[in-house]
Design a protein. Structure first.
Length: 364
């Protein structure tokens, strides 16, 4: 894990805190400290980082560094050090703080994966601002004896780990994403002979962690694990049930398609018609997930349908294109084979939008 700490302004307390943090963290993370915009940009250009940790607020350079880091796929953590509390914000508010808030400071706080604060009072102030609710309290050992420097470093590392265990599909290498699809296909079919892709070795522990975390968070862990074993992969012993992550705010966990449409249908065609109608509803509510696609994949592999009659019924109900787009999504995410498709796949603009919607399902 590589961390770039950026201190955009001269502040003795912040400098002492960051030095204490990096010294106490030991070998758990590779820490680099930049105290100027030029040094921070040089670091980002010369080496890949996992996390940018910005210390302090109200500096335009911090926003520029954040934008550069974000373009490189680096996630950001922010420590305000009380600089978002009302008595600080109110100081020279109209001429300084308001323009800075509108230009960049609010956006910087909103885009932080986590905001590390040092006490309940600071937490309450930021909560009232409503810019970011992903707050972690880690007290400052320089100003209180209630925490040691080692405990502070361990808690901060835990936040970094939680950030990197969130929306992990975004952090997967393309090869890992391809293997995820292979694992899903093998897991659904129960037969490794269906997987004809070239298999690669996943030697990187972090990539395994990203893959397994994503499978757990998307409720397809058992499918992926079964597929990996069928393809003779040695899966690392990672207890994904004990891993914490940041998740988007959702109204409720979407039901399975079967729970939504029930089981009592006169024919398999009727059941599939109800399935595609439910898929359309899930897409409209931005709730279609990869677990739903796995459910459809399994259903289509196990049951025969009258394809011509189904196509005619779907056209009558204006569900035909939705069904065709679903076939394309199945091919992309679960490796579904065209021989099982009751309708041809359709990869149009709307399909691509739904694809991105599924990809961003866990994005905060």
């Amino acid at each position: 894990m590589k961390i770039l700490h950026y201190i955009p302004q001269s502040d003795d307390l912040i400098n002492r805190y960051v030095n204490l943090l990096t010294d106490s963290m030991g070998l758990e993370a590779n820490n680099t400290v930049a105290t100027s915009e030029g040094d921070a940009k040089e670091s980002l250009n010369s080496s890949p980082y996992d996390i940018l940790h910005i210390h302090g607020c109200w500096q335009r350079s911090a926003y520029r560094i954040f934008k550069m880091a974000a373009d490189k796929g680096v996630r950001m953590v922010l420590s305000p050090y009380g600089q978002l509390e009302p008595w600080v914000v109110d100081e020279n508010y109209w001429k300084e703080k308001l323009p800075k808030k509108l230009l960049y400071q609010r956006h910087l706080v909103e885009e932080a994966y986590a905001v590390i604060i040092q006490g309940k009072m600071e937490e309450e102030c930021i909560r009232k601002l409503g810019w970011n609710q992903r707050m972690e309290i880690i007290r400052n050992p320089i100003i209180t004896h209630s925490i040691t420097s080692t405990e502070m470093a361990q808690k901060t590392y835990t936040v970094y780990r939680k950030v990197l265990d969130s929306n992990t599909i975004e952090l997967m290498k393309p090869q890992t994403g391809n293997m995820l699809r292979c694992f899903i296909k093998a897991g659904i079919t129960g037969d490794n002979r269906w997987v004809t892709d070239d298999l690669i070795t996943i030697a990187d522990y972090e990539q395994w962690r990203h893959l397994l975390c994503y499978a757990h968070q998307e409720n397809i862990y058992s499918i992926v694990l079964r597929g990996a074993h069928l393809l003779n992969y040695q899966v690392p012993d990672i207890d994904v049930h004990r891993i914490n992550s940041y998740l988007p705010q959702m109204d409720a966990t979407p039901k399975t398609i079967q729970e939504s449409i029930g089981l009592q249908y006169a024919s398999e065609n009727d059941r599939l018609e109800a399935t595609f109608r439910q898929i359309r509803k899930l897409v409209l509510h931005r709730q279609l997930t990869i677990s739903h696609l796995c459910e459809i994949d399994k259903e289509l592999r196990e049951h025969d349908v009258e394809e011509d009659h189904l196509a005619e019924t779907l056209r009558d109900d204006k569900l035909y294109k939705m069904a065709c787009r679903t076939m394309q999504l199945l091919a992309d995410f679960t490796g579904f084979d065209e021989g099982f498709m009751p309708v041809p796949p359709l990869n149009d603009r709307i399909t691509k939008q739904i694809h991105q919607q599924i990809y961003n399902h866990l994005k905060i």
